[in-house]
Write a protein that binds this ligand. Structure first.
Ligand code: APR
Length: 253
């Protein structure tokens, strides 16, 4: 892994415009379970039932009880880990422009990244199904489910359920960034949910170097990514930063 980490540091040092695509795996070390693989949420909750907007509209109380309540509590208690902090350090060094995240936990912003495209929205906010009012989680009382807005409307996470469209501006900007970058770091995603999983393909088709950071291979590996650094995001990002800092210091002499 060390050679790959050194190679990634050299590639990042030489890149002109770096974008990251992140998935649930980067937040695993913050205590937030992934959706698939070991400890995956979808192993115990059927995504096409409880993750779908039709079910929420039909029985919001059940979806709040089975899926949202516990996930919201875990997210509220979560802190950024070395994976998030490593990407924030890359931005601070001028080596990362934008993060396209599939995650709804807000941990990239909490770590300090300033340009984060929330491809699937965010669970740190709840939105009223009637008046559209958005409330921070801290202002939402979940002693009774589903929680309601002052107007009486049902509150829902400000995320994208299955069966809903990706926010237009997020989709447009992500496609533009993927086409513009000359490097994409793909961190902690199984790369199977579209259209997010298409972003590394757009990057590759536009000549970018695509680097995956993941303990496992994905459908991108060996086809669209140039190489996979097999490991957990925190340790790999720590290694990349340790190799990159002296390279950047040399360049600035
Ligand atoms: N560091 C890096 N990667 C990790 C780690 C870790 N510590 N732990 C697990 N992974 C990897 C897994 O190997 C897997 O490839 O993270 C990935 C997690 O995959 P998913 O759970 O499918 O998460 P994600 O790719 O973000 O899912 C995409 O699916 O259900 C929808 O809306 C949901 O945004 C989500 C989307």
């Amino acid at each position: 892994m060390t050679d790959m980490i050194r190679r990634a540091a050299e590639d990042i040092a030489a890149a002109e415009y770096v974008v990251a695509l992140t998935g649930a795996g980067i937040s695993v070390e913050s205590g937030i379970p992934p959706f698939r693989g070991k400890g995956g949420i979808w192993d115990r909750v059927d995504p096409m039932t409880f993750g779908h907007i039709d079910t929420f509209e039909e029985s919001p109380e059940k979806v709040w009880r089975v899926l949202i309540r516990d996930l919201k509590t875990i997210i509220e208690q979560a802190e950024p880990n070395d994976g998030h902090r490593g990407l924030a350090r890359l931005e601070a060094m001028g080596r990362l422009s934008t993060i396209i995240t599939q995650n709804v936990d807000g941990l990239h912003q909490a770590a300090g990244n300033t340009d984060v495209i929330e491809f699937h929205g965010n669970c740190a906010r709840q939105r009223c199904m009637d008046c559209g009012n958005r409330l921070a989680n801290s202002a939402v009382d979940i002693s009774a489910l589903p929680p309601r807005c002052g107007c009486g409307g049902v509150l829902r996470p400000d995320w994208v359920f299955f069966g809903e469209a990706i926010p237009e501006d997020a989709l447009r900007r992500s496609g533009q960034m993927a086409a513009r970058c000359d490097m994409m770091l793909v961190v902690g995603t199984s790369a199977i949910v579209q259209p997010a999983a298409h972003m590394p393909i757009i990057a590759k088709e536009n000549g970018a170097t695509v680097i995956e950071i993941n303990p496992e291979r994905t459908p991108l590996t060996g086809h669209f990514s140039d190489y996979l650094i097999r490991g957990r995001a925190g340790a790999v990002m720590n290694g990349i930063l340790a190799a990159l800092e002296p390279l950047m210091a040399e360049r600035s002499r």
